[in-house]
Design a protein. Structure first.
Length: 372
């Protein structure tokens, strides 16, 4: 305990990570693989910080129970430390327009390396290769400790090389964020290796995850500034993914909603009131659908919703709620304008194999038929 100089930073890091996790977990982006990998990175960092704290707390305490706990926490560290680098490599690949060939290779190579490291970590309890805890319950680094550390560093360095090599395929904001990801964790890990007792590696990773959270994962990149709904960019990604993942047994349905008479509202009351009408329309749509349904602002006065159901009755019920809520708004709002929706809606038919553009045109046609 006397060498444990960084407990405060570890606890602060835990608080930050828990905030990031629950903030990110509640978002519909969880359907995207890269988002799930990001959540995995956050959970891995939480696990490693807890293991790091446990290893320091129980080190050198007398008693067989503390000896066992010391070994368990240190074993957890050595087994799961490479998970962070492994997940980060996969995250980078998925951000790069889904390089399927590269990901397929990594899905074989990375688990193999992880398994080898895990076996060597477990055997270290007897051989002392990576670490050992003596009879006095004092942890020490093993003769092969640098092999384990080199493996972790190589994962991070490879990810940095990969980002730089494919820099033209990343958006500029994404590129710089991913390029600097390894710096805080590398600095923290290097200090921890050189100065025994300073547990800064996973606090450094917390800083790295904050960078990614605010610059890539944060919803401001994926939402419409006026309504808070998802934007066109996120809609395009989500619709393509839902079509790609559809099967004969599992499909989805969608609605295209046009705010009728929006130009008249703008011309009569001005743009500020017009913006208010758009916000009102967005609130009515969200209120009419389930919390986990995907709702986006497609364009100026058009909205697009994707429901996780291929049941026509569920879709019809959603449309009915939408119409009823618009009528209720017009009766109770007391505003000088009334809202009216033209709605096109359909269940995605897997058998037709429509692409996202074709499916959208199909619903768009239905919406204009409704409008007429």
């Amino acid at each position: 305990m006397e060498n444990f100089k960084t407990l405060d930073s570890s606890i602060l890091s835990l608080i930050i990570l828990i905030f990031i996790y629950y903030n990110a977990k509640n978002k519909l982006e969880k359907v995207f693989t890269s988002h799930r990998i990001f959540l995995g990175l956050v959970l891995t960092n939480i696990l490693l910080i807890l293991s790091d704290i446990g290893a320091w707390v129980f080190d050198s305490l007398p008693g067989i129970h503390f000896l066992l706990l010391n070994k368990i926490f240190n074993l957890s560290l050595f087994v799961f430390e490479p998970v962070a680098g492994t997940l980060w490599v996969l995250y980078v690949c998925y951000q790069m327009k889904h390089n399927e060939k590269q990901i397929k290779i990594l899905k074989y190579v990375l688990p193999t390396l992880f398994a080898i490291n895990a076996v060597m970590s477990i055997l270290s309890l007897q051989t002392g290769w990576f670490f050992y805890v003596d009879s006095n319950n004092i942890y020490s680094r093993g003769n092969l400790y640098l092999i384990h550390i080199s493996y972790c560093y190589i994962l991070l360095i490879y990810s940095m090389y990969y980002v730089y090599k494919h820099r033209r395929m990343f958006e500029k904001r994404y590129y710089y964020s991913m390029l600097v990801f390894i710096l805080p964790i590398t600095v923290g890990a290097t200090i921890q290796i050189l100065f025994y007792g300073w547990a800064l590696a996973w606090s450094g990773m917390t800083i790295s995850l904050l960078i990614i959270h605010f610059n890539i994962q944060d919803s401001s990149l994926n939402t419409d500034y006026l309504t808070g709904l998802y934007n066109r960019r996120q809609l395009d990604k989500y619709l393509k993914l839902r079509i790609k993942n559809s099967t004969e047994l599992k499909s989805f349905s969608a609605l295209l909603i046009d705010l009728d008479g929006f130009k008249a509202i703008n011309d009569t009351f001005g743009h500020d009131i017009g913006d208010g009408a758009i916000k009102d329309a967005a609130e009515i749509i969200k209120k009419s659908l389930r919390r986990d349904d995907f709702v986006a602002r497609y364009g100026g006065d058009e909205f697009f919703a994707i429901l996780d159901s291929s049941d026509n009755e569920v879709l019809e019920a959603a449309v009915t709620r939408l119409k009823n809520n618009v009528d209720k708004f017009n009766q109770e709002s007391g505003k000088g304008y009334k809202l009216s929706f033209a709605i096109g809606y359909a269940v995605y038919d897997y058998e037709l194999r429509m692409k996202s553009d074709d499916f959208f045109k199909h619903i768009d046609t239905l919406m204009y038929n409704n409008k007429r």
